[in-house]
Design a protein around this ligand. Structure first.
Ligand code: GDP
Length: 181
């Protein structure tokens, strides 16, 4: 099955978006303890593809050992999947803040792998409507995105951006389905 993987800092709202997309409450673990999920969780969507929940990062308060083990888990996953199963990697950033050093490093690292990357700005309900465009522009600038690269505002709480995210996922899955002989 093709896979769509989600990555982001701990507490960015990764479990919430996966729950929303999978449309099943309590499917992914939702919690606010940083670094709680250290393994990779797979969610089978209608036997068509998998949503993949990669462990959250945020290295400010974690030991070197934990950071190394995190990098190992992600790297092993990316290397084993990048040529085949992995169709899209979704990088989550909090819409309220400029991407952190860790976010920038992660984004550049994913680019280095040559993976298709989609940026989603989470918790869009936490800012006023008029602030959304300026915040998205700031995120684009900090991550040095090209003009053709999108940042999609999303809120699990207010259910904003669900269709836009699905349409990106569909495009990337379709690309895969069309490649099939
Ligand atoms: P994870 O650690 O990245 O998996 O993040 P979670 O999905 O567990 O969310 C972390 C915290 O942010 C929880 O308290 C969620 O209720 C909250 N949260 C997640 N998504 C949203 C959202 O769209 N809007 C608001 N207001 N809060 C959110």
């Amino acid at each position: 099955y093709p896979e769509i993987a989600f990555v982001g800092r701990s507490n960015v709202g990764k479990s919430s978006i996966i729950n929303t997309l999978a449309n099943r409450k309590n499917l992914a673990r939702v919690g606010s303890t940083p670094g709680k999920t250290r393994q990779i969780n797979f969610f089978n969507i209608n036997d068509v593809f998998f949503l993949v929940d990669l462990p959250g990062y945020g290295f400010a308060n974690v030991s070197k050992d934990l950071k190394a083990s995190w990098e190992n888990i992600i790297e092993t996953y990316l290397y084993s999947r990048k040529e085949n199963a992995l169709k899209l990697i979704v990088l989550l950033v909090d819409i309220r803040h400029s991407p952190s050093k860790d976010d920038i490093t992660m984004h550049q690292w994913l680019r280095g792998f040559g993976l298709n990357t989609l940026i989603i700005a989470t918790k869009a309900d936490k800012i006023s409507r008029s602030q959304i465009t300026p915040r998205l522009n700031d995120i684009k600038k900090v991550l040095q995105l090209g003009n053709d690269e999108k940042v999609i505002p999303f809120s699990a709480e207010k259910r904003i951006g669900i269709e836009a995210v699905w349409s990106e996922i569909d495009i990337n899955l379709e690309r895969f389905l069309n490649q099939k002989p």
